[in-house]
Design a protein around this ligand. Structure first.
Ligand code: NZQ
Ligand code: ZN
Length: 389
């Protein structure tokens, strides 16, 4: 294992009814106005907004709303939120939604308290926090990103055509409320997208050195099997509480830094997907679904033993009478079959990329990360995009 330091400061409250039970006493710890941040309105349709507002009103809290956070939140939206927070004496941001809402809120918690150029100093390059961020608490309504328990804030700078984010421990939410029943109203497509995003996070970590015996890889295999099993159940029965609970917790376990400990991590598929998102605003989990099998066919020879282990341990493929290469490829095929089974797309065309899209410009804008079994070049990324098209 590589050396590591571990810390995760988010306090998690998990389970049915947790918002009703704990929200009031959690918000008491923060003075000033509460900024209630949310997305395009799903929380008004499914009753979550009313439940949260009732609690805040009963506590006599003054509330300012920050609605309309879009999927793939933009830097412009972050600046809008920061201005609102400054003008209204906000003491706590309460983000209610999925990764997009949570990421935007984390960025607002920096921007509302920072005098300089937030993008230049915290997204374009790693920044140093010599100031206190505006505190953030989150209520998760869709499982997938795990943003609720990390410091990552993935933001799209539309002017620069860059979608990126770094995991700053200071941006971890102060508290996260996770009620699996809040995810019941998520569409089948978004549930599959979120579930695949979780699976992608685990794979991005698993397929990286070191490959010697290590606890992170063993946990990763258990988590991957849990995501696959429970996503299958939830596709059949969306209100299966056990399945929705497992998917919600899998998302946290994949991205709360625990299984990254001692590992290099890959995340090249995420780099590629984020830039596709910057250009065509595609759905995150769907973009990953298109890229993963093709990317893995490009790199598996550089991590053959691990791809074989993935096939046998995660997908239960029998290795008898087959070469290592055949087993590894069968594992990638099983992943591809699963993507089709859960109804996610398999071509870039499905994501909104068309003949007018400049694939070369998108490929050239992707970062080539050092932690993968094989470091990509921009030419090879372009090749992958063409194969996905
Ligand atoms: O906006 P509303 O109306 O709320 O609808 C949302 C949105 O359309 C809907 N939704 C959420 N909860 C719902 C619901 N619909 C019905 N019932 C509910 N209970 O779901 C749609 C997608 O929401 P979004 O937050 O965009 O999805 P997700 O959680 O997948 O977040 C994606 C964003 O997170 C970033 C992605 O790049 C993308 O920008 N990521 C953040 C990470 C992090 N901070 O750790 C890691 C990830 O790798 C990822 O990059
Ligand atoms: Zn992701």
């Amino acid at each position: 294992m590589n050396n590591f330091i571990f810390e995760n400061t988010t306090k998690v409250f998990f389970g049915k009814g947790c918002v009703k039970e704990y929200l009031a006493c959690l918000t008491k710890n923060f003075e000033g106005t509460v900024m209630l941040a949310y997305g395009g309105g799903s929380i008004k349709k499914n009753g979550i907004y009313d439940e949260v507002m009732e609690t805040l009103k009963a506590e006599g809290r003054s509330v300012v709303e920050f609605p309309g956070i879009m999927a793939n939140p933009t830097y412009a939206k972050v600046l809008e939120g920061a201005k609102l927070a400054r003008e209204n004496g906000v003491g706590l941001i309460l983000g209610v939604g999925g990764g997009s809402v949570m990421d935007c809120c984390k960025a607002v918690s920096i921007a509302a308290r920072y005098e300089g150029d937030v993008w230049a100093d915290f997204w374009a390059r790693p920044g140093i926090f010599d100031f206190t961020l505006l505190p953030l608490g989150v209520i998760v309504t869709v499982a997938g990103t795990g943003s609720e328990c990390n410091g990552g804030a993935v933001i799209t700078n539309e002017a620069l055509k860059v979608k990126t984010g770094r995991d700053y421990p200071q941006c971890n939410p102060k508290f996260a409320l996770l009620d699996p029943t809040y995810t019941y109203s998520v569409s089948e497509f978004q549930m599959a997208s979120g579930g695949f995003d979780t699976l992608s996070h685990i794979m991005e970590i698993y397929f990286s050195e070191p490959d010697e015996d290590n606890v992170s890889d063993d946990i990763a295999e258990a988590l991957m099997k849990n995501v696959i099993r429970n996503l299958r159940v939830a596709m059949r029965s969306p209100r299966d509480h056990t399945a929705r609970s497992n998917l919600m917790w899998d998302a946290v376990m994949a991205e709360n830094r625990i299984i990254k400990l001692g590992k290099k991590t890959d995340f090249e598929c995420h780099q590629m997907e984020h830039q596709l998102g910057a250009y065509v605003d595609c759905n995150h989990g769907a973009g990953l679904a298109v890229l993963h099998p093709v990317y893995y066919r490009h790199i598996y020879k550089n991590g053959l033993a691990k791809f074989k282990r993935f096939a046998t341990e995660v997908w239960g493929i029998c290795a008898d009478g087959r070469t290592d290469e055949e087993v590894a490829l069968a594992g990638i095929e099983a992943l591809e079959d699963f993507i089709l089974e859960i109804g996610l797309p398999v071509t870039l065309r499905d994501l909104g990329i068309n003949e007018k899209s400049d694939l070369k410009a998108i490929a050239d804008s992707c970062a080539c990360v050092p932690g993968a079994y094989k470091t990509m070049t921009h030419e090879e990324i372009l090749q992958i995009f063409k194969e996905c098209y």
